[in-house]
Design a protein around this ligand. Structure first.
Ligand code: G3I
Length: 331
């Protein structure tokens, strides 16, 4: 419900994505997950690339390991993601007919959602289906799913997930909702349009995931965030923060300065969300600067290491962690 809740008034579950390589080899990584997470998300192991490398046989080895760890330590789980245009095995990118795409998509969601029915309560059903910079008449991202199934790919995914696990919380996950970036306002509108259309057709959807890969050199669009939260409320939808981290490639080199700027930005972002709506969870895309996609995708020109996450590369807490812990405690 919307209202005037102040930052940190009520506790919000905190979580992280877990990368299976680090999970297997680094005991400090597992300790950090145990300590800092209420919610865990397999970072890559529920993607088609991991599960469907072999077309004829599902490989649940990575996902099962992380799911078992979460269960053992009493952590909730988010599932990421049932449909995405990336991280697909070669055979899936080479599908050619509508019938084939529909059969594979439906079959995949049936097997995966059914397997984790009693363990994964929330699913990113579709990930990044919104066009990067949506234009009138072209709201969707150009993916194999959109090419073969058209806009219906989204409905098929939600309908199937809801049929297999009627109790699951079904989320639409996407990025560039929260900062002043070309396309952000249009992206918010497309997200809302998709949700409204699903609801009008009686297809269940429960919330939006804001990835929140924040550009550390850009400010939060506070009015845009407030408006988005109000619109979600009007549709009866939840919000959760699903992949929070900092892209600090444009910030000056000084590490302490980058950490302070990043923490202040995260604080302004979360305050903007919470002032309008209580998120169901705040999930970061990893915990330690030791392991992050930001190093590969947004390398700094000065070759200094990126500092995207709440713990540094040696697991020391950074100012961002203190911000997150305030929300976790609700104090
Ligand atoms: O583990 C293998 C390693 O054995 C191998 O030598 C190496 C060679 O390429 O690949 C390693 O796997 C990589 C994996 O990350 C683990 O680091 C994959 O190639 C690489 O594709 C994979 O990238 C992931 C990417 O999604 C694509 O799936 C990133 O870790 C992950 O952080 C990123 O996450 C996405 C979200 O799912 C959606 N939103 C954006 C976010 C960031 O791109």
């Amino acid at each position: 419900a919307s209202g005037t809740a102040l930052a940190g008034e009520r506790p919000i579950p905190l979580g992280s994505a877990a990368e299976v390589g680090a999970f297997r080899t680094d005991p400090r990584y597992r300790d950090a997950l145990r300590r800092h997470c209420d919610v865990i998300v397999p970072m890559n192991d529920l993607k088609w690339q991991a599960l469907r490398h072999d077309r004829a046989r599902f490989d649940f080895s990575g996902a099962d390991q992380i799911v078992a760890f979460a269960r053992e330590h009493g952590k909730a789980l988010r599932g990421h993601a049932l449909l995405w245009g990336e991280a697909l095995p070669p055979w899936a990118k080479e599908m050619t007919t509508r019938a084939e795409a529909e059969r594979e998509l439906v079959g995949h969601i049936e097997v995966v959602v059914d397997r984790y029915k009693d363990r994964i309560a929330t699913w990113d059903v579709v990930n990044e289906v919104i066009a990067y910079d949506p234009q009138p008449g072209a709201p969707y991202r150009d993916t194999i799913w959109q090419r073969l199934l058209g806009p219906e790919h989204v409905e098929i995914a939600y309908r199937t997930a809801a049929r297999v696990d009627p109790a699951a919380r079904l989320v639409l996950n996407d990025f560039h909702f929260e900062q002043q970036i070309p396309g952000a306002a249009a992206r918010r509108k497309v997200a809302l349009d998709i949700c409204r259309r699903l609801k009008d057709k009686g297809i269940p959807i429960h919330g939006i995931g804001m990835q929140a890969h924040l550009y550390a050199d850009k400010d939060v669009d506070v009015d845009g965030v407030h408006g988005f939260m109000r619109d979600l409320d009007a549709l009866g939808l939840d919000v959760e923060i699903t992949e929070l981290d900092l892209i600090d490639w444009k910030l000056p080199a000084d590490a302490a300065g980058r950490d302070a700027t990043g923490a202040a930005l995260v604080s302004r972002f979360l305050a903007a969300v919470v002032a309008a709506k209580q998120p169901k969870a705040i999930v970061t895309w990893g915990l330690t600067d030791r392991y992050s996609w930001v190093h590969d995708t947004f390398p700094r020109q000065d070759r200094a290491r990126a500092r995207p996450l709440p713990l540094d590369a040696d697991y020391r807490p950074k100012p961002m962690l203190a911000v997150l812990e305030r929300y976790r405690r609700g104090t």
